[in-house]
Design a protein around this ligand. Structure first.
Ligand code: NAG
Ligand code: NAG
Ligand code: NAG
Ligand code: NAG
Ligand code: NAG
Ligand code: NAG
Ligand code: NAG
Ligand code: NAG
Length: 683
């Protein structure tokens, strides 16, 4: 013990010296003035070795650049010391409320409506690797039946990895459920970092989505007014007057999974950035378009790996009593960078993006110790070319440019949207429709795709088995888009989003300044604007006269009747037909971008007749309240008997009947009416 302590002191003196030295070195580089990035390769003489200090209640990882303190054996991040800041995390918060993994779950006998929150307190620390180049430690909790219903029935293993010369640390978690254990539902899992309130004020989640943020106390009842749901708060008396009249709502900062690779916060004094980098999205639920929270007032930085947001209960991970299940979430990289005084703080964001690219190039990491994380050489790849056949556009196949192609668990076409237990691997095709997906974990998959500009979902017929080192060339794949006849008319563009439709200006009482000129659908309260724009009669769209960018409201929402009741709405599409084959079937292709506890009925020419089609109750996406412009994609193919159509003026009535709340309704992606198939032509 005694000599260990002395050694510690010497090492700590050495580390202070080295830190000073390395600062000096970096400050001598006038072009950047950065502290961050990689210092290992080439200059490892300059970088300190990684050290692990284990105390009774704490563990410290230290590579001379930053010191990360974790509770022992809980495995929560309690401190990140960096660049003269004692702690980047908020020390007013308890030690298990600064940097932590958690799950929201429910099981038999767990009655709380929102499920149980389990902060995954570890019970055992294991040192997995301890060398000069790398330290990896593990905090586990093994489930047993005496814990029944008190904690989630999972073994978990939370890992933290620090490398020599690296300006940050990695974390990942392995969850495992064994046969015979209780069934449970997993609604949400994530890693959370809560940063110092007074320091981290500027948030950046994308090049065009960054701003100086309000303080958390601005949301308190004394300073803010809760709006239609607790997450949305109107800032009435914020500490800084510049935020007065703005709405703060974490859902305004949601992002599609494909775009969540780096996001975080900047402190102006000292100039320090804290970033979460996600080099791969393989472990996230629901494919590339699934939306997740990112960062929000707190200052909070989230890594949400699984959630039901913008999709609903259908994506919940449901584990049966006899179902073995294991999944690795992460690794993600917590990256810190800094700048000398007087530099442009936004260079920290640019540097974080550069670091993100470095991490992407290193993926799949080769320094992860768990056998459950296969390194590159144990993974496989699939390549090919996707073509589209749309005979009413061209008799030849055309390249599927900009298509999303991915591998996910075997299922129906489009099932990847709801898939949450396994891993998904996605890419986009180039202008020739070519694609290559690398770094695929061994396993059985279906290959799925969808193509902007075309409706529906593609699935390759055979299951694809990926083995260690597989390198599969699947050749040409042809997606035959749903189509029965020529286009009589269409509304919108088929890309699974309602962004091309009319987005109203926000109510001036409820503004987020970030979205005045861009992504205007992210403003709070747009659902109320419908009844203001259409106070007496519902929307009518006349084919040939109306324009979907100005005349098709982005969401078919309910109409407020009085202070507490709402009513459904009926939209009309008016169109002219010069001829009608009354014995033929016409086809209405109705692609929805989202639905929330809605029921959509279709009538033709007779507003009071029985509907020719009803969706039944669909959707729990909750996209309208959460300012997403899409949730889950749903395609309905509705037969319209020719006998119901008229030569001359026709009207299709779209009635959304569900009307208990302002957040019920649908967003359309695209609607098309197809004429009858040519009777005798073999197409
Ligand atoms: C706790 O960790 C120690 C050290 O790695 C290990 O020997 C022991 O088996 C672990 N105990 C449990 C209950 O996992
Ligand atoms: C079950 O787990 C708890 C918490 O880790 C532990 O205290 C207890 O000893 C375990 N019981 C058995 C029978 O292993
Ligand atoms: C496709 O071929 C058929 C039969 O030759 C022809 O009638 C039709 O016009 C062609 N379609 C297009 C879009 O070129
Ligand atoms: C796509 O792949 C095809 C066949 O492998 C090749 O001939 C073509 O040049 C590629 N196109 C592009 C744009 O890379
Ligand atoms: C209509 O299209 C579907 C797929 O889009 C196809 O399966 C069906 O055979 C078509 N029916 C006719 C009559 O062309
Ligand atoms: C529809 O309106 C948009 C925006 O005003 C305009 O750019 C576009 O040209 C219009 N389209 C047609 C077909 O008139
Ligand atoms: C509706 O709410 C407003 C404002 O709170 C109030 O003035 C009005 O009396 C209410 N109307 C009804 C019918 O309850
Ligand atoms: C269709 O309706 C419009 C507007 O109501 C009317 O001007 C037009 O004459 C009608 N066309 C036919 C063919 O009935």
């Amino acid at each position: 013990m005694g000599s260990g302590k002395i050694l510690c002191t010497i090492l700590s003196l050495f580390s202070q010296f080295m830190a000073a030295f390395s600062n000096l070195q970096q400050n001598e580089n006038p072009s950047m003035g950065f502290h961050g990035g990689e210092k290992g390769t080439g200059s490892s003489l300059l970088s300190e070795v990684v050290q692990l200090h284990i105390q009774k209640d704490y563990v410290v990882l230290d590579n001379g650049i930053l010191q990360v303190t974790l509770s022992n054996p809980g495995g929560h991040v309690t401190g990140i010391q960096y660049n003269g800041l004692e702690n980047l995390l908020e020390t007013d918060n308890g030690e298990s409320d600064r940097g932590y993994w958690d799950v929201v779950w429910s099981g038999e006998g767990v009655t709380r409506k929102k499920g149980n929150l389990d902060r995954l307190d570890g019970t055992n620390l294991t040192v997995v690797v301890e060398s000069e180049e790398k330290v990896e430690i593990s905090f586990t909790r093994m489930w047993n039946s005496s814990l029944q219903a008190k904690v989630v029935p999972l073994n978990f293993d939370k890992r933290y990895v620090m490398l020599r010369g690296s300006s940050g640390f990695y974390t990942y978690a392995i969850y495992e459920h064994l046969r015979g254990w209780p069934a449970f539902d997993l609604d949400n899992t994530r890693i959370v970092f809560k940063l110092t309130r007074q320091k981290f004020r500027y948030m950046a989640i994308a090049d065009n989505r960054q701003r100086y943020m309000p303080l958390p106390e601005d949301r308190s009842p004394e300073r803010g007014q809760t709006l239609a749901y607790p997450e949305a708060v109107l800032l009435v008396h914020p500490v800084e007057p510049e935020f007065e009249g703005e709405v703060d709502d974490k859902y305004a900062y949601s992002c599609e999974s494909k775009d969540i690779s780096v996001h975080g916060w900047i402190s102006a004094d000292p100039l320090v950035g804290f970033w979460q980098i996600t080099p791969s999205h393989e472990f996230r639920t629901g494919g590339p378009l699934k939306q997740f929270l990112t960062s929000h007032v707190g200052p909070t930085n989230l890594g949400v790996m699984h959630s039901t947001h913008y999709a609903g209960a259908d994506v919940t991970i449901k584990i049966g009593p006899n179902e073995p299940w294991k999944k690795v979430y992460g690794p993600v990289f917590a990256y810190v960078n800094s700048l000398s005084d007087g530099r442009d703080p936004l260079s920290l964001w640019k540097d974080a993006k550069k670091q993100m690219m470095n991490e992407v190039h290193k993926w799949p990491y080769d320094f992860i110790a768990s056998e459950d994380f296969p390194p590159s050489k144990q993974r496989g790849s699939v390549g090919g070319r996707l073509l589209v056949l749309e005979r009413y556009v061209s008799n030849a196949t055309i390249s599927a440019e900009g298509a999303y192609v991915g591998l996910a668990a075997p299922g129906e076409a489009g099932s990847w949207q709801l898939e949450s237990k396994g891993y998904q691997f996605w890419t986009k095709t180039d202008e020739g429709g070519n694609f290559t997906i690398n770094g695929i974990r061994p396993g059985d998959y279906n290959l799925y795709a969808w193509v902007p500009g075309f409706i529906g979902d593609y699935k390759f017929t055979s299951v694809i088995n990926i083995n260690s080192g597989s390198n599969i060339d699947i050749g040409d794949l042809v997606y035959e888009a749903p189509r029965n006849g020529s286009t009589l008319w269409e509304i919108g563009f088929p890309d699974r989003s309602a962004a091309e439709f009319y987005i109203p200006d926000a109510n001036p009482k409820y503004i987020n300044k970030l979205y005045l000129k861009q992504e205007r659908y992210r403003q709070y309260g747009l659902w109320e604007r419908y009844a203001e724009l259409y106070p007496k009669a519902d929307l009518v769209f006349t084919v040939g006269k109306s324009n979907h960018t100005t005349d098709w409201f982005f969401a078919q929402v309910t109409r407020k009747k009085d202070n507490t009741t709402y009513e459904g709405t009926t939209w009309q599409i008016k169109f002219l037909l010069d001829e009608v084959d009354e014995r033929a079937a016409y086809k209405l292709r109705m692609a929805l971008a989202t639905a929330n506890v809605a029921e959509l009925e279709v009538r033709v020419n007779e507003p009071n007749a029985n509907p020719v089609f009803s969706t039944g109750e669909i959707g729990k996406d909750n996209t309208i309240a959460r300012h997403g412009i899409h949730g889950l994609y749903r395609l309905f193919n509705v037969d319209i008997p020719g006998a119901q159509l008229l030569i001359g003026n026709n009207t299709i009535f779209l009635t959304q009947t569900a009307s208990i709340s302002p957040f019920q309704g649908v967003m359309y992606d695209y609607i098309r009416l197809e004429g009858p198939p040519p009777p005798h032509k073999a197409l």
